[in-house]
Design a protein around this ligand. Structure first.
Ligand code: PLP
Length: 383
């Protein structure tokens, strides 16, 4: 279990793995073994894994690393991405754009999917990097990574980066045609503040932080032994149980989807069952804002969100949904349910009841009296 590895390793392994004393060497050996075991699970070489502090860092390292390594010869470079990437990708690319790198933001269709033809048309002679996520974190849309990889095989000068944070462990992926792949440990039951970047041997990147020689001189800093060992355990479980997890999540998704589908005035922003990742179900009920819908759900004991945690503060409407449907009412009333495979039939019953009651409260204009009443409802929920 991840929590056991987390506890025992933080108690036992306190030496610095870069130290040359016996305890340091022992820990370095554990890190080497973890690297080999993770690389076997991912089907890559152990020298192709860089441990990082999470997906934000991995995405920054992939994007800035590739561009900085190529910028040495002063050639103007071009990057292709989509309009619906996570902020940890979009913000890097916006920054590069400000610094003189050309950028194409590919549009997506009403299912949130990129069109291969539009990618093909966007490719230029100076395109250096294509960065496209595996699964969208707001809607669960799955991108055709294999088709994109196959297309990019014809352009050996272009590196293909995939943010796999929401897909890894849920949706199968072959890393055969992917040059750089980002994983975050906490999205697969591992610890927060831990991740990795898979970087194929032929890809040159420059470091974006400077210091020690850890992680092949690309990512300095004392290696997080507790994080590495716990992430190794989480990856092992995620890979071994992927199919089982997908089946359980699909059943949950189908049940909730069919209820939402029948609610008048409710717009489902996620793909139909079987077309998207079944752990994210996003909908909009335009009669009220996301904030009010979420407050009612919270009072009923259901914790959901509206956008990604990295964009939710300070932004009223979802940038991702605007790119998908270009409808402000939908983009500012979105609710994002995320499911864990362990949730029970009773949990789903409770969720469905809460969703139906929330819609009734909104329709009957009883929201404010409900939210103001702190007596009975809250006691029932939290007792
Ligand atoms: N990419 C995607 C698609 C995400 O959903 C997230 C986090 O939710 C990240 C990147 C950032 O991950 P981390 O929290 O490990 O930095």
């Amino acid at each position: 279990m991840v929590s056991q590895v987390l506890m025992s390793s933080s108690l036992e392994y306190y030496a610095n793995p870069s130290s040359t004393h016996m305890m340091g060497l022992e820990i370095e050996q554990l890190i080497n073994e973890a690297r080999i075991s993770i690389s076997n699970l991912l089907g890559v070489n152990s020298s192709e894994l860089i441990f990082t502090s999470g997906a934000t860092e991995s995405n920054n390292l992939a994007i800035f690393g590739v561009i900085r390594a190529l910028q040495n010869n002063n050639r103007r470079l071009h990057v292709i991405t989509t309009k619906i990437e996570h902020p940890s990708v979009i913000r890097c690319i916006e920054f590069l754009n400000d610094q003189g790198v050309d950028v194409t933001y590919l549009p997506v269709d009403c299912n949130g999917m990129v069109n291969i033809e539009s990618l093909k048309e966007a490719i230029k002679e100076n395109t250096a990097l294509v960065s496209i996520m595996q699964v969208n974190n707001e809607t669960g849309a799955i991108q055709p990574i294999e088709d994109i990889g196959n297309l990019l095989k014809n352009y050996p000068h272009i590196y293909f980066h995939v943010d796999g944070v929401q897909g890894f462990g849920k949706i199968a992926i072959s890393l055969e045609y992917v040059d750089l792949y980002t994983i975050s440990a906490h999205k697969i039951g591992g610890p927060k503040g831990m991740g990795l970047l898979m970087k194929k041997g032929h890809v040159n990147i420059s470091p974006i932080m400077f210091g020690g020689n850890q992680e092949f001189g690309i990512r300095p800093g004392t290696t997080n032994i507790t994080g590495v060992l716990s992430m190794q355990e989480a990856i092992k479980i995620a890979v071994n149980q992927q199919e089982e997890r997908l089946n359980s999540l699909t059943m949950i998704y189908k049940r909730v989807y069919s209820v939402l589908h029948n609610i008048d005035g409710l717009h489902i922003n996620s793909p139909s069952p079987g077309l998207g990742s079944p752990h994210i179900l996003n909908f909009s009920y335009t009669a009220t804002s996301s904030a009010i819908f979420l407050s009612i759900l919270a009072k009923k004991g259901i914790i959901a969100s509206s956008q990604s945690a990295c964009s939710s503060k300070g932004s009223k409407e979802s940038r991702v949904l605007m790119a998908i449907c270009n409808d402000q009412a939908i983009a500012s009333s979105s609710i994002r349910l995320s499911f864990h495979e362990s949730i029970t039939d009773e949990d789903i019953d409770r969720l469905i009841e809460a969703l139906e009651q929330t819609v009734i409260l909104i329709k009957t204009k009883k929201v404010f009296s409900f939210l103001a009443d702190k007596s009975l409802e809250e006691q029932n929920i939290y007792s």
